[in-house]
Design a protein around this ligand. Structure first.
Ligand SMILES: [Zn+2]
Length: 391
């Protein structure tokens, strides 16, 4: 197993070099042989596990055929699902069954790093990322932010399945501005905005940005003059910006004080840049290396700055249990790294095991699912704070 050839130059380190040694980019050292072997094994297992872990209902066609007509038009679907007809007429078992709703199903959280060329373990080409979105659309997926998953505010059209796209390390290919002030159509944000324009998709994804690293290309997508505006734009367009520590800190190895400092400064800095009442609610754990005690992530304070990460993502692990089931661990949400055929494997898995797939009833005020659930989905939570409709 060889490493990506770009690896040796891809190091991230705090600029306070005197007290902070270089921090290796997790695509390199930290995920070297053991983790790559694990990931490779994981990729193979994915076919099998995802095979067990999924269930495609061809939501794209199905929801338009069975859900109310007001939701069939892509533009309308984004706003119609949450509050319109659904809220005024309570969800019924019959409607839930027609939709094939299963809100106790599994949800894929996808993990991207660089968007650029050439394709490698840690880089997705713009062309392949475009194909990923087409593939997801065609398979009936619809994007939400990680914070929506954590809070259970999964507001997507009936018959669709939620998917979370996450981007780590804020490299330039994720969000690049061109000289004329427009968004680079070959950057991830440009590609996603195009997907929104062509319908059946929403401006949702979660970006986990770095604030003080080398190469400084990884500081909030490079382009120093545009950093503040980019974060503001992302949030105002609908995307989420979350924490990834300041310097890509290894929280397993760092002191408690340094960890608290970076968790607090990361949240406070992002909130300051975005402005308004924006709160950072989620994070990606650098290297997937967790501190000994999760409570360090859940809340803390440093020098008057407080933070509270409600959710955190791991670096691997497959689809996550629904937030409405006991198996959901908000600070340990597994992800699927989108490399090679991982995305197709995930979708194929859901095709072969449709009973495992989360399918929305289109009504965020109710939770709908079959009476009999696949064992792998685990136990529904008893107190969900809203009506549960079983069919
Ligand atoms: Zn990272």
């Amino acid at each position: 197993m060889s490493l990506p050839d770009t690896c040796p130059s891809e190091r991230l380190g705090g600029s306070g070099a005197a007290e902070k040694p270089w921090v290796w980019y997790h695509s390199c050292t930290m995920l070297r042989y053991d983790k790559i072997v694990r990931l490779t094994a994981f990729a193979f297992a994915c076919g099998a596990i995802a095979g067990l872990a999924g269930g495609l209902v061809f939501g794209g066609g199905r929801d338009t055929a069975t859900a109310s007509d007001t939701r069939t038009e892509p533009g309308a679907a984004i706003t119609a699902a949450p509050g319109s007809g659904a809220a005024s007429s309570p969800m019924t078992a019959q409607v839930a069954q027609e939709i094939g709703a299963n809100e106790f199903g599994l949800v894929p959280v996808l993990e991207y790093h660089k968007i650029g060329t050439p394709e490698s373990q840690w880089t997705r080409t713009p062309a392949n990322f475009r194909k990923d979105l087409e593939l997801l659309k065609g398979a009936g997926f619809y994007p939400i932010n990680l914070t929506d998953l954590e809070s259970g505010a999964i507001e997507i059209p009936a018959g669709k399945s939620p998917v979370v796209l996450t981007f780590d390390d804020s490299s330039p290919g994720q969000f690049r501005m061109l000289d004329d002030g427009s968004v680079d159509p070959d950057s991830a944000v440009g590609i996603m905005q195009q997907a929104v324009k062509s319908g059946d998709w929403a401006p949702k994804a979660s970006f986990y940005v770095l604030l003080d690293v080398r190469p400084d290309d990884n500081v909030i997508f490079g382009q120093p003059d545009a950093q503040t505006q980019k974060l503001r734009d992302l949030v105002s367009w609908g995307y989420e910006v979350g924490g990834h520590t300041v310097t890509h800190l290894n929280l397993k190895k760092a002191s408690l004080e340094e960890s608290r400092k970076q968790l607090a400064v990361a949240a406070a800095t992002i909130e300051k840049y975005v402005g308004g009442s924006y709160k950072v609610r989620t994070m990606s754990v650098p290297f997937g290396e967790y501190p000994k005690d999760d409570s360090l992530l859940a809340s803390g304070e440093y020098d008057g700055m407080t933070y509270a990460y409600k959710a955190a993502v791991e670096v691997s692990g497959g689809s996550t249990p629904s937030p409405f089931t006991a198996g959901f661990r908000p600070l340990h949400i597994p992800r699927i790294q989108v490399t090679g055929s991982a995305l197709q494997d995930m979708i194929d898995g859901f095709i072969s095991s449709p009973e495992l797939r989360y399918v929305s009833d289109g009504d965020p005020t109710a939770i709908s699912a079959p009476k009999v659930l696949a064992e792998k989905l685990g136990e529904p939570l008893s107190d969900l704070g809203r009506p549960v409709v079983r069919y």
